[in-house]
Design a protein around this ligand. Structure first.
Ligand SMILES: C[S@@+](CC[C@H](N)C(=O)[O-])C[C@H]1O[C@@H](n2cnc3c(N)ncnc32)[C@H](O)[C@@H]1O
Length: 350
């Protein structure tokens, strides 16, 4: 990876951050998601909500059933190990399911775990009258440009070579970055760095372009433009490797996850422009509206019933599911994640 970067920068000059992130995460041979196995999971580099509990996929299935027409396809983009899709499909086995996944190791794992699921190269290859599309912790991994607000406007962050090492430098911004920043980063104070999430928006746009009738569920860490404005640089771009944060991505490109918070306002504005109804909520509220509270009471009742009947294993299983579900709802953890639902259906009123 390093010789490739040094050569490229040596020939073309500083590399925009989105191009750097693309190489680090998705380079076919050495990108973080291409090499070294499936990344999410307790044995992997970070734990996502579906890796915490199958109840996440089970609850999401309830939302899918509520919004979809039965003829629609269910598509998961960036499905990782399949930990969300497996329980979701168990809860709704009648659906035709597709996965679109950039990581070859993830595609291989899903192919073994869920042989009935079709793996598509792109969303446009899915032929269906409509679709429910799920993206859990995906948009944060879509390569992003970076800008910094200056007292004269915006500069762009790029990666350069300095004394034989990679470093971040500020360069004159591309027009597209300035246009996006001027629209979505109004609250960013002078001196602060912020992501310019053009490609994440384009991914959502491609879904809305592909299906007339569609329901999209984006679950990710993030916030409104105002909530995200003015964070320190090392909180704007974060890294995860071997369940720890803070790995130096410039010293070891390709060996760590690189991720940013999703600007929920920017996604909402884009989807509304495409005629969709958008709601932004927290994971806690979303799961509660899908029935998490009732699920907690059922687990409690089943734990008591198992204890009374002397089924110790059953009792322990119910208790551990309760602990998992509480973690998914935790307002200072997964429960604080943002959920953006984007729904566009044909008006069937006479
Ligand atoms: C942080 S992992 C999340 C995996 C899984 N959704 C989960 O919650 O455990 C991000 C995944 O999204 C995939 N990904 C990122 N951008 C993608 C895109 N544009 N299309 C398909 N997959 C993508 C990556 O390859 C990676 O497997």
């Amino acid at each position: 990876m390093l010789p490739l970067l040094f050569d490229h920068i040596g020939t073309s000059g500083p590399m925009p951050f989105d191009d750097f992130m693309e190489l680090c995460l998705y380079d076919t041979d050495e990108g973080f998601f291409s090499a070294g196995g499936v990344r999410p999971g307790t044995q992997g580099d970070f734990v996502t909500a579906p890796e915490v509990s199958p109840l996440f996929g089970e609850l999401l299935a309830r939302w899918v059933n509520r919004v979809r027409d039965e003829s629609w396809a269910t598509i998961e983009i960036g499905a990782g190990s399949g930990a969300l899709l497996a329980p979701l499909l168990e809860a709704m086995p009648d659906t035709s399911a597709f996965v679109v996944e950039r990581s070859s190791s993830a595609r291989e794992t899903i192919g073994k775990l869920l042989p009935s699921v079709a793996i598509a190269d792109s969303i446009v290859d899915v032929v269906a009258p409509g679709a429910v599309v799920i993206l859990n912790e995906v948009l944060d991994n879509v390569p992003t440009a970076l800008v910094r607000r200056t007292d004269r406007g915006w500069s762009e962050i790029a990666v350069d070579v300095d004394s034989g090492a990679l470093s971040l430098v500020e360069v004159p911004p591309r027009d597209v970055a300035v246009e996006w920043a001027s629209q979505h980063l109004k609250d960013t104070p002078v001196g602060a760095m912020a992501p310019v999430q053009i490609a994440a928006g384009a991914l959502v746009e491609s879904i809305l372009d592909t299906f007339d009738e569609v329901a999209i569920c984006v679950i990710d860490y993030g916030g409104s433009g105002t909530e995200l404005a003015g964070r320190p640089d090392d909180d704007v771009v974060r890294t995860y490797r071997h369940q720890r944060s803070g790995f130096d991505y410039l010293a070891h490109p390709g060996l760590t996850d690189i991720t940013v918070d999703v600007n929920t306002d920017a996604i909402a504005v884009l989807a509304e422009r495409f005629g969709a109804k958008v709601e932004v909520t927290t994971q806690r509220d979303f799961l509660r509206s899908a029935g998490a509270d009732e699920m907690l009471s059922e687990l409690r009742s089943s734990e008591i019933a198992m204890a009374r009947s002397g089924d110790v294993m059953g009792q322990l299983k119910a208790r551990s599911r309760t602990v998992e579900l509480r973690a998914l709802l935790d307002p200072s953890g997964f429960g604080a994640f943002k959920v953006i639902t984007i729904v566009r259906k044909r008006d069937t009123t006479p």
